[in-house]
Design a protein around this ligand. Structure first.
Ligand SMILES: Cc1ncc(COP(=O)(O)O)c(C=O)c1O
Length: 383
């Protein structure tokens, strides 16, 4: 069903990707379980041919994400966020120069480093907050990768400025919009060429599916990304695509609730003696707050804290929570907690004592009671 641009995003997530209205027709797109399609004669553009090329169950989701991001062409669904990241990185030619933040999501920087080690890429690692250094690195580059807010430091990057510097130099600008979702930030509107999502997180929203999404600015970029998906085979299953669209229906509600709790909890955590630092772009004291207000329509549902007692206290805190689940990932209905540096692959720029909290949709007072009790337990053990 076509997108009505005058609808608000909270309505669009409900309305997009529906089958065309027909008497007795279903409200939801059916799941198409078929690995191949009846031949329409000579293969040509628009022919499905085979389910690694396209699948009718992906398409409502692909149209929905493109509309939400303000893209001119349909999006592309991938098997996971990392399959989408891999396709987007492939937009740099073999031996081309990619400018990537060192403190990107660990899978993204890990893949970029591997590609560099094999000679597939020349990698220039940057701190995206150091504008002059990024501009210098863009000289002769092919691709700029940005994530904002960053995972897990929650730094807000000056997307309008950096994207426009990239475009002026003909550098393809890719933005990972997983943390903000198109409900809070639309990178294409500031000139980005490609937007990437781990739809595993807020879009699908229930910690029950892995899926990636990409939206490209134009048909040429989309065709290159689609070709990568077809030839590398990073395609989602139809059921996963259907689940992600089902999750999208409630994304606005879930995000509103989780974000409101995140803001409240961040403020309370700031006052807690066992916490030495709170990173949340919505806090007026956050160094990125001004930029966050200018660029985002909401500050998200992830809060990172540093424990005064260091990595050991952070581990004890994670052991002590009961309602929060110690687990990696974010953006689901259930609150999760994790000390990021427990992963050997986590960038060293991430402090050892940093704990990332993904705030879910539970009642904020129950979440606070759990955090306060666990922080109290850490404090007692330190005394
Ligand atoms: C910002 C970001 N991008 C990409 C990914 C990769 O997504 P997936 O786990 O769906 O492959 C993640 C996963 O945590 C992420 O946080």
């Amino acid at each position: 069903m076509s997108f009505e641009p005058s609808l608000r995003p909270e309505t669009s997530v409900v309305a997009l990707g529906r089958p065309d209205p027909a008497p007795d027709g279903p409200l939801n797109p059916p799941i198409s379980l078929s690995s191949t399609f009846r031949s329409a004669g000579e293969p040509g553009p628009g022919d499905r041919v085979y389910a690694r090329y396209s699948n009718p169950t992906w398409e409502p989701l692909e149209e929905a994400i493109a509309s939400l991001e303000g893209g001119g062409v349909a999006g592309l669904a991938f098997a996971s966020g990392m399959a989408a990241v891999s396709a987007a990185l492939s937009l740099a030619p073999i031996g081309g120069v990619a400018v990537v933040p060192s403190a990107s999501y660990n899978g993204t920087i890990g893949l970029a480093r591997e590609l560099a080690a094999t000679g597939a890429l020349v990698l220039r690692e940057i701190d995206p907050l150091d504008i002059d250094a990024v501009i210098e690195a863009l000289d002769g580059a092919d691709l700029l990768w940005l994530e904002s807010p960053t995972n897990p430091m929650l730094d807000v990057v000056d997307l309008p400025r950096l994207v426009s510097e990239a475009r002026r130099r003909g550098v393809t600008a890719v933005v990972d919009n997983t943390f903000s979702t198109p409900l809070r930030q639309r990178p294409l509107s500031v000139g980005a060429d490609v937007v990437v999502h781990s739809a595993t997180k807020f879009i699908a929203g229930h910690s029950d599916v892995l899926l990636g999404l990409v939206v490209a600015r134009n048909a040429e970029l989309r065709a290159r990304l689609a070709r990568h998906r077809t030839l590398h085979g990073g395609i989602p299953g139809p059921f996963e695509a259907w689940l992600a669209l089902r999750g999208l229906r409630t994304m606005a509600l879930r995000l509103e609730r989780a974000e409101s709790s995140a803001g409240e909890l961040a403020g309370r955590l700031l006052e807690h003696p066992a916490v030495s630092r709170v990173r949340y772009p919505g806090l007026p004291s956050d160094p990125n707050h001004g930029r966050a207000r200018a660029q985002l329509t909401g500050f998200g549902a992830v809060v990172s804290i540093e424990l005064s007692g260091g990595a050991e206290a952070a581990d004890r805190f994670v052991d002590a929570v009961e309602l929060f689940t110690p687990a990696t990932s974010l953006g689901g209905v259930e609150s999760l907690v994790e000390r990021r540096r427990r992963h050997p692959v986590e960038p060293v720029d991430v402090p050892e004592a940093l704990v990332r909290l993904s705030i879910g949709i539970e009642h904020v007072e129950d979440l606070w009671a759990d955090l306060e009790r666990a922080l109290g337990a850490v404090g007692t053990a330190d005394a």
